[in-house]
Design a protein around this ligand. Structure first.
Ligand SMILES: [Zn+2]
Length: 438
């Protein structure tokens, strides 16, 4: 799934997730911009007139089958302006097999990465290891795009486009996603005018509130439409467990009586009783845990940490990243029902986050991991097995390992799995519970 608010952000995120470093992504994007303006439906301008099609009409005619000369017409098309007949034919076949439009952004990105990996290995490796945007950009232009104009000026121009993307997105370091996303669990959206756009800080905190009313998702969002109230939240969880979006995660809600908190927190109002202990329904409670796990996953919060001490919460001591309204105002919120369950909420969410190390049925459950004879090989089949910096779900996640065969050089026990294996490549540790020893 693509994430980001613009094509530029989506492309950056996709290519970053594909494993290219920041210089590589920027260098590739500068070339894509020179080719197509990052428009996946772009038909080479000179052919628009010649063929009598606009970008959209050409795309629609190819998709419907009304136009049959896509591969043979020599017209550049799409993000990379694919032109050669065999490459255009392969792009079309790839899109058809996926049941997607030939002009679909995600489909073209997947095809682009596949082409680079399978047919342009030198460029592919350069994009993973490039130390400068220029090096990546030159490799893409001279060995992959190979445009008619290969002048020094053209090389410099494309590298400058790429540098622009690097300056905008790359300085945070490779692997960082840009832009904000909202939860796919949202069933109803009614955006509130009561917010600041955009939020000032990176999301690293969750703040859970009680709504003081067993509301539906529609009613819950409706009350934050009133500008006189000067209140809002990012999400409403309704009494039936439906989730509403009031303020996009990109923006700061007016929820917790603290600008500092709400600039860094995703705030959630949960439908509750109107009297002490402000109980919530089981459906709302379950939906809340789903939602919080989803927010953590998308925003890189590896573990939710609760403390019963206010000083720990407001100072984010010991990694504490779960705050409550009563920390900032003389209020009962989130009410005793939710307040007394914050530890449970954190535990359940962390179980879900740890479960991202899952992916398939455990094949082996060694009793004494450290006793395993190393090295040995394992097969990884899951597409979502995490690589971590150490043996346990309490260590940082470095990304997903690609399915394949890997050599394990050390085995340790640790939280979240019965055994953790250290990768020979030095990339980190993976849970052995979810791969097969071979
Ligand atoms: Zn509150």
């Amino acid at each position: 799934m693509l994430t980001g608010n613009t094509n530029e952000e989506r492309i950056w995120n996709y290519l970053t997730a594909a494993g290219f470093n920041a210089c590589g992504v920027a260098g590739l994007m500068g070339n894509l911009y020179a080719e197509s303006g990052l428009n996946p439906q772009n038909l080479q301008n000179t052919y628009e007139k010649k063929l009598g099609y606009t970008d959209a009409a050409y795309t629609a005619a190819v998709d419907s089958g009304a136009y049959t000369n896509f591969a043979g017409d020599k017209a550049g098309y799409g993000l990379a302006q694919w032109t050669y007949s065999t490459r255009k034919a392969a792009l079309l076949a790839y899109a058809r097999a996926a049941g997607k439009s030939v002009g679909d952004l995600e489909t073209q990105l997947a095809f682009l990465v596949k082409e680079l990996r399978e047919s342009f290995a030198a460029v592919y490796n350069t994009l993973k290891t490039a130390q400068t945007v220029r090096a990546a950009s030159d490799a893409v232009m001279l060995k992959f795009e190979r445009p008619a104009n290969q002048s020094a000026e053209a090389l410099a121009r494309r590298a400058a486009y790429g540098q622009g993307y690097f300056d905008k997105y790359g300085k945070k370091g490779a692997g960082n996603k840009v832009g904000y996303t909202n939860s796919a669990l949202v069933a109803y959206t009614k955006l509130s005018p009561n917010c600041n756009k955009p939020r000032k800080d990176k999301i690293d905190t969750i703040t859970i509130h009680c709504f003081v009313g067993q509301v539906t998702v529609e009613r819950g969002c409706e009350v934050f439409q009133n500008t006189a109230r000067q209140a809002s939240c990012n999400y409403v969880v309704a009494k039936d467990g439906k989730i509403g979006l009031c303020v996009e995660e990109a923006n700061r809600s007016w929820c917790s009586s603290s600008a500092a908190n709400d600039n860094r927190a995703v705030t959630i109002e949960v439908a509750s009783d109107t009297v002490h202990p402000y109980a919530v329904t089981d459906q709302a409670y379950a939906a809340l845990i789903d939602l919080v796990a989803d927010i953590c996953r998308r925003n890189g919060i590896g573990k939710l940490v609760w403390s019963t001490q206010k000083a720990d919460r407001v100072n984010h001591k010991n990694g504490c990243n779960l705050t409550v309204h009563r920390d900032y105002a003389n209020k009962a919120c989130p009410g005793e029902y939710l307040y007394s369950r914050m530890g449970d909420i954190a535990a359940q969410v962390n179980k879900r986050l740890g479960a991202a190390d899952a992916g398939q049925t455990p094949a082996t459950k060694p009793q004494t991991p450290e006793a395993w004879a190393v090295p040995f090989k394992v097969r990884v089949s899951a597409a979502d097995l995490n690589i971590r910096t150490g043996p346990g779900t309490n260590t940082a996640r470095k990304g997903y390992i690609k399915p394949g065969v890997y050599t394990i050089v050390e085995v340790r026990s640790g939280p979240g799995a019965s055994a953790w294996g250290k990768l020979k490549s030095g990339a980190g540790w993976i849970s052995l519970d979810f791969c097969k020893k071979i």
